[in-house]
Design a binder for this molecule. Structure first.
Ligand code: SF4
Length: 215
């Protein structure tokens, strides 16, 4: 793949690489999502973390603020991280697409899943982030992230919670917090239980990575 860092001098400094990528994203018109966005949403968190979380794309709140995972899904993500004593400042958090995918319904825009063509157009930015951050562990949040990073035929209900290795990175997928919030009754309890189990497995790998860095 052609490097997106060719224009970043030397390409040695990861923060400068990420700033250059964010600048490119902020003016990107490579797919139609550019037409309706308010803000691009690049990433948040620690670019030196061993753990990267990748969600689907900005929703209404994220489009309005330019920040990933705000609103109810963001609050649930914070709770999931807090269950293993992590905060979003300790991880690197981004999405597969950097602009909101929405459809007009009843006179207002509603969030929708990004199309394959949109994910494909945006993928070089995600790959650039992975290249710059060099995470040791990636947790995909939801099917679109898992299909992009792990396998195009990934089935989130069947394949979540399993470790895969992608380019030397330990990679797992779990349910997206917004999916969990849409569940009711036993389905809600079951989805929460599985996500909590997955984050504990991810945290065990995060601890190992941190201990290896500290030794
Ligand atoms: S979603 Fe990605 S590829 Fe499409 S316009 Fe936004 S930054 Fe560019």
């Amino acid at each position: 793949m052609e490097s997106l860092f060719d224009s970043a001098e030397g390409g040695e400094d990861r923060e400068r690489r990420l700033e250059e990528l964010a600048r490119q994203v902020s003016v990107c018109t490579k797919c139609d999502l550019a037409k309706s966005r308010t803000n691009t949403v690049f990433a948040t968190g620690d670019p030196y973390s061993p753990l990267m979380l990748v969600g689907e794309g900005p929703g209404e709140n994220e489009d309005a603020t330019g920040l990933p995972f705000v609103g109810r899904a963001g609050k649930l993500l914070d709770d999931i991280l807090a269950a293993v004593d992590l905060t979003r400042q300790q991880i690197y958090l981004t999405n597969v697409v950097k602009c909101r995918a929405a459809v007009e319904e009843g006179g207002r825009l509603k969030n929708r899943q990004p199309k394959t063509t949109e994910i494909r157009a945006c993928n070089p930015y995600l790959q650039g982030q992975i290249e710059a951050v060099k995470p040791e562990i990636i947790l995909c949040l939801g099917g679109p992230a898992a299909k992009t990073i792990i396998d195009k035929d990934f089935r989130i209900t069947k394949d979540r919670g399993t470790w895969y290795e992608r380019d030397g990175i330990k990679t797992m997928a779990t349910f997206h917090p917004a999916y969990v919030l849409r569940q009711r009754g036993d389905d809600l309890n079951n989805a929460k239980r599985l996500v909590w189990k997955d984050i504990q497995n991810v945290y065990a790998e995060y601890r190992k990575a941190m201990e290896a860095r500290e030794s």
